[in-house]
Design a protein around this ligand. Structure first.
Ligand code: GDP
Ligand code: MN
Length: 379
């Protein structure tokens, strides 16, 4: 789950990371009032789940409250990478002497959190990694011990030559690690970490991604979810208890079990198609879940064909068949549907579908081939 900058900075500040005080607003008038209260120049920052807001015009300096009002009118309502800005963060402007990068990600390869720091800050770190990887210092952290002070200082010295600044940055890296592990994050990032002309080291941006598996035991973090900033299909799927991830293709997939769902997507690609989604209806079947799944998939205008791939074990294929029949009775499905069913109660399932005028296949390859062909307007 992505957090907004204003939410991430609350978590970082709680861990002790020095960041300027600020406030969130949803109207230009609120922005003006906050700017007046803060006094002096401010920065108005779009709160959307996207990087590169600065480049997109979503981060703007304003020298006084009147200018903040004008800037807020421009930023609120603008679209950045397809996301409409509904909130802005207003913070006192800081004079910047240098910008660096400090981030921590959960790295699957080393199976540990890995620190990355770079003197090339304020810019897209993916770009730095691609064009000049030698500018990034990395350090895997043993989660049993956390980041030792000498490791933090070693990382900081890769970026700062002034010893006082390196020590300040080292403290921030330890605080960043603390916030990362205390909140079950898969990513925590400060970009830019700046120095001021006076020599202070401050975080001016914050990004945290919380591992979804953390949310059940942390209602305080779960409450930070902003559904207005997520794909509507993913919001609907979560409410329906389905595991769903929207993708860019045109074959809508309804599958039971994560492993089979991935195998299905692989096979769709193997036969030259592109899956429109990952969808796992889960182990225990009930017809209502299938109705929800079909509703979500058919709402995606990119979908050209729907592929069911059900391996009946605990999931009863007759339940799935009943769900398909119920869904097509409840709302009109204008798309071709290819159904592959095998396993528990398949005879009943085939009969249920047949009496509703649909037919099912038992061969997975055949079903996937058909679904892909149907997206090209041929069966
Ligand atoms: P991002 O583009 O989405 O990562 O947004 P950031 O919060 O990182 O802001 C982008 C850039 O705006 C930073 O890299 C800075 O160069 C600049 N910026 C942000 N806050 C301030 C500030 O307080 N003072 C100054 N001078 N520049 C700032
Ligand atoms: Mn940034």
């Amino acid at each position: 789950m992505n957090l907004h900058e204003y939410q991430a900075r609350t978590l970082l500040r709680a861990a002790g990371v020095p960041m300027p005080d600020g406030d969130v607003a949803t109207t230009p008038e609120e922005v003006e009032a906050i700017a007046r209260r803060l006094g002096g120049p401010v920065v108005v920052k779009a709160q959307v789940h996207a990087g590169g807001r600065g480049k997109a015009g979503g981060v703007k300096l304003a020298k006084d409250p009147a200018e903040a009002l004008g800037v807020a009118r421009k930023i609120l309502g603008m679209t950045i990478k397809g996301l409409v800005v509904q909130k802005v963060l207003v913070v006192p402007a800081v004079e910047i002497a240098s910008e660096s990068y400090a981030g921590l990600i959960m790295d699957r390869e080393s199976q540990r959190p890995v620190f990355m720091v770079s003197a090339a800050g304020g810019v897209d770190i993916e770009e730095v990694a691609a064009t000049s990887p030698e500018k990034i210092a990395r350090l895997p952290v043993d989660p049993r011990y956390g980041l030792f002070p000498h490791q933090a200082l070693g990382l900081a010295l890769a970026v700062y030559h002034d010893f006082a600044q390196a020590r300040a940055a080292a403290a921030i890296l330890q605080q960043l690690y603390a916030a990362f592990s205390a909140n079950g994050a898969s990513l925590a990032e400060i970009n830019p970490l700046v120095t001021t002309p006076g020599g202070a080291v401050l975080a001016l941006d914050a990004k945290i991604v919380v591992d979804d598996n953390e949310l059940d035991r942390r209602p305080d973090l779960a409450a930070l979810r902003d559904e207005s900033a997520e794909a509507p299909s993913e919001v609907a799927a979560r409410r329906a208890g389905l595991t769903f991830i929207k993708l860019e293709g045109n074959v809508g997939c309804v599958v039971n079990g994560a492993g089979l769902a991935m195998a299905t997507m692989d096979l769709v690609k193997y036969y030259g198609g592109e899956p429109a989604n990952f969808l796992d209806i889960g182990g225990s079947s009930n017809p209502e879940k299938v109705v929800d799944a079909l509703r979500i998939i058919t709402a995606d205008p990119g979908v050209k064909a729907i592929l069911f791939n059900i391996f009946g074990g605990i999931t009863r294929t007759d339940d799935v068949a009943n769900g398909i029949v119920a869904a097509t009775a409840q709302f009109k499905v204008d798309l071709p549907i290819v159904i592959r069913l095998t396993g528990t109660n398949e005879d009943q399932a085939f009969r249920i579908l047949q009496s509703a005028g649909m037919r099912a296949l038992s061969d997975m390859d055949e079903a996937v081939k058909q679904a892909v062909a149907l997206t090209r307007g041929a069966a």
